[in-house]
Structures are given as C-alpha cells and as structure tokens.
Design a protein around this ligand. Structure first.
Ligand SMILES: NC(=O)c1ccc[n+]([C@@H]2O[C@H](COP(=O)([O-])OP(=O)(O)OC[C@H]3O[C@@H](n4cnc5c(N)ncnc54)[C@H](OP(=O)(O)O)[C@@H]3O)[C@@H](O)[C@H]2O)c1
Length: 329
C-alpha cells in the first residue's frame, strides 16, 4: 500500500504515524505532506527518515490511499483531485461529513456501509465518535429518543497552537493565542465558531453527525466546553430511552461492546478520566446511573483520547476495514 499523510506534522498526523507503527501496518511507500513552512524537514517513522513534501508533489505520486488531517479548506481543495487519480481519501476534517454523497464512518457503528465506490470517506468529529461508540449499543437494544450532552474538551482538539497557548500560560510567556481567552485555570463554553442559532459549530456537529450516523429521529442537544486538559475529551451524557431498563443490564451491554472499556466502580473510586485515557484507543464509560427525575432515563460519563479514537485510530480502523474488504491495495 502506498500511503500519504496530509498534515503529517500536526497533532493528528503525528498520532496517525504512531498508530500505524503500533499496529504494524505494512506500507510500501510513505509520503508525508505539510505546509510550506515544513517542506524539506525530516520526520522519523519506523527508524527511517522521511522528507516532508508539498501536496502538489504528493498528487504526482502513485498512491493507494491518502489520509487528510490538515483542515477543511485543504480537504475541500484537494481531496477530489486525489480521488480522481484513483486514490481513496480518508478525511479527518469537517469538509465532507455532511455531504450526502459521502459516508461518515465509525467502524464499530456503521463500517458495514462502506463499498468499493467510496473514494472519499469522512471521519466524524472527535466528540461524536466517542459518544456514538458508547450510545450505539444502547440505541440498538433500547431505542434512544433523546440525548443531552455536555462536553469537557481537551485543548489538543484545537491543534498544536492550543497546546502552545496552554504551555505559554503555564510559563508566563506571551505568544500566539488559539482562544480569545486564557485557557489555563479556565473553562471556555465556546468550541469552534458560533452559528446564527446560538449553538457553536462543535455543538451542531454532535447533533448533525449523530443524526447521519445513528438515527435522524433522535432529539439531540449539546453544550461544548473547552477545558485546560491534554489527555482527551470527557462527556456528561443524559439519555431517554423508549424501553425500560435495568442499570446492570446497561453496564453488561457496554462491557461486552466493541471499543468500550467499562470503568464503573464508585465504591473504589473507579471512573474514567482523561489523564488515564491519553494514548489509548478505547472509549471509557462510567458513572452509569438512573436519572430519577425522568422516566426511562440515565446518565453516563464518557472519556476518550480525541487524538486517538477521535481521529487517528478511527481513520486507521477505516483503512484496515477497506483493506480487509479488498477495496485498496
Ligand atoms: N485535534 C483533534 O482532536 C482532531 C480530531 C478530529 C479531527 N481533527 C481534524 O484534523 C485536522 C488536523 O488537526 P490537528 O489537530 O492535527 O491540527 P494541527 O496540529 O494544527 O496540524 C495541522 C497540520 O496541517 C498541516 N497544514 C496546514 N496547512 C497546510 C497546507 N496548506 N498544506 C499542507 N499541510 C498543511 C500542518 O503543517 P505545518 O506543521 O507545516 O503547519 C500540520 O501538519 C483538522 O482538520 C482537524 O479539524 C482534529
């Protein structure tokens, strides 16, 4: 397989390289792309040095697959050009997620929808991926009618510039700001841009992508908050179900579902936290309890490393899936 990573020097790009190495994915030729400022720099992968090249030069190569992680504008401009050259594209940006002609894939949830004709495959937003990994099994068995989700999102979701901002604030250094406000010792109820309806784009992604992947009939409302955390995103989720349930059955169901690690033992203070999710591929679920204020309702706490399952790992799982189906070389 000849593979290109577009955005190889970014937080997600770096994580993709780590996951490829850990999973020992066989690569014939690896092409690494970043912006003009990085062209010519070298990146180490599996003890070999690779020179960063431009996207124009990458398009000239004979590729099987390109994973785009360099923002929406770049994907909108270049993904179709790669696809027209018979290169399958897995796109981590928001460029194609709501395009009716493109599939939005979480392998554990709807991987079976992929066909050989899908030449541009969209990776969902990080907050959506971890939420749907936890909720899909519950929806299949009990029918979710309503989701209320509040996120506590890691600064790594905003890319390297945000990590630099937090580090600068720790060290009292003035520098480039990813956010309008300090993030150190703060919680900012503003992820991505505001839309006219009062919600942010991040909140609308949770709503729209849930409808596209899981079920358009579920009522969803979301509040997304940025917190000074590095390890991953946390989500407080309240669900209303069609059918009645026993909490122990929900716990058993989740403990047996793909991609989930149940951490739910409050007597021993066991619950998911981003500091322990960092670098792991699982979605951790805990604090599962009945919502006594509303019939057929429950609360969950869901944590996952947004750079892993929320981006790199999900993309590599899509790669593995289409390879196993024989859709790419
Ligand atoms: N962070 C997350 O949790 C997460 C989760 C899901 C999806 N995503 C999406 O993944 C993408 C990357 O996110 P990130 O967090 O890795 O951002 P990042 O750390 O800011 O990295 C951006 C990458 O894109 C490259 N790039 C920027 N402009 C380019 C251009 N004109 N041509 C070629 N390469 C260019 C950068 O290269 P230089 O180093 O040369 O600037 C860098 O490699 C975004 O679309 C983001 O929305 C991120």
């Amino acid at each position: 397989m000849n593979l290109a990573i577009i955005g190889a020097t970014g937080l997600v790009g770096e994580e993709i390289l780590k996951v490829l190495q850990e999973k020992k994915i066989k690569i014939n030729e690896l092409t690494l792309v970043a912006s003009n400022k990085s062209i010519g720099k070298t990146v180490k992968f599996c003890n070999n040095n690779y020179k960063i090249i431009s996207i124009e030069d990458a398009l000239e190569k004979k590729l099987d697959l390109a994973i785009f992680s360099a923002g929406k504008d770049l994907s909108l401009k270049w993904a179709k050009k790669f696809a027209n050259n018979e290169v399958t594209v897995i796109d981590n940006s928001s460029a194609w997620r709501m395009d009716k002609t493109k599939k939005l894939i979480v392998p554990e949830v709807n991987g079976n929808e992929l066909t050989i004709d899908d030449k541009i495959i969209a990776n969902p937003n990080c907050s959506t991926i971890q939420m749907l990994i936890a909720l899909a099994p519950i929806h299949i068995r009990y029918g979710i009618t309503r989701i209320i989700v509040s996120t506590y999102q890691s600064i790594t979701g905003t890319g390297r510039i945000a990590v630099n901002q937090l580090n600068n604030e720790y060290n009292n250094i003035e520098g480039e700001m990813a956010y309008k406000y300090p993030i150190h010792q703060n919680a900012i109820p503003h992820c991505d841009e505001f839309e006219d309806n009062g919600y942010t784009k991040e909140e609308m992604k949770l709503i729209n992508e849930t409808h596209k992947i899981l079920d358009p009939n579920i009522s969803v409302t979301a509040t997304a908050v940025r917190v000074p955390v590095i390890g991953g995103h946390s989500e407080s989720i309240n669900l209303t179900l069609e059918k009645s349930f026993q909490i122990d059955d929900i716990k058993k169901l989740l403990s047996e579902s793909n991609g989930i690690k149940l951490e739910d033992d409050t007597k021993n203070f066991k619950y998911p936290m981003p500091i322990y999710a960092k670098g792991k591929d699982d979605v951790f679920v805990g604090r599962i309890r009945k919502d006594f204020s509303c019939e057929n309702s429950l609360n969950l706490w869901v944590v996952s490393d947004n750079l892993r399952k929320g981006a790199a790992t999900n993309a590599i799982q899509i790669l593995e899936l289409i390879k196993s189906k024989g859709f790419i070389g």
